[in-house]
Design a protein around this ligand. Sequence first.
Ligand SMILES: O=C(O)[C@H](O)[C@@H](O)[C@H](O)[C@H](O)COP(=O)(O)O
Length: 241
Amino acid sequence: MTRIVEVLPDKGALVSRALSLVKEKIETAIADCQGYCTIALAGGSTPKPLYEFLSQENLPWDKIHVFWGDERYVRSNHPDSNENMARQAWLDRVPIPPDHIHPMPTGAQDPQQDAQTHETQLRQFFGSSSGDFPTFDIILLGMGDDGHTASLFPHTEALAVGDRLVTVGNKDGQPRLTFTVPLINHARCAIFLVAGANKINALTQVFAPEGDSKAYPSRLIAPQGELWWLLDEAAGGSLKS
Ligand SMILES: O=C(O)[C@H](O)[C@@H](O)[C@H](O)[C@H](O)COP(=O)(O)O
């Protein structure tokens, strides 16, 4: 794993840097790999402006496949849905083929069943048999002020799932669907976008040489390729010293 940390002056600069990096990684994936790019999106508030900027780009949309690294267990038209946010901010505004958009299913009223369904969908897309882990070109991640990422929350069972691609996360008793740690760690490139002073403590714990990964699950993220941390000064300024 190669870790790159960039601290940007403010959130606007972070989003601009993220745009240039994501565009670069998309173009590299299309050129270097299989002729298309697979990108998994993060939810939450930080990446939304990035998605809005991506909607204004002229990218080879027919060579891009979009997935989500986690999803709240709500209908896709719910205001809390990560799919809904990304479609409104980006995907509904560009000519990406509809079958290039691969949302996590949440309609079975059974999170375990939907997690298994998406696992099957991923394995079919990547042609990967059970036991191995497909490689996403890009996985975008946020980090909560508790150190969670995707829907891998502190001290939950999802952190220990090592034989699946998708599992059920748990936030305060509410189910979510999430990529597992090993799936994220098989990525060519994982990119954290973290902004705001409320993330200082969690970042300090995640970057500490020693620490409790169960308490700060973002410590578990170590992709086989590149791990990028794009931070604003408010969140990551103290890490520079
Ligand atoms: O579904 C989600 O909410 C995200 O996947 C989650 O992991 C998010 O990235 C963090 O909670 C940070 O959220 P903010 O970007 O809003 O701080």
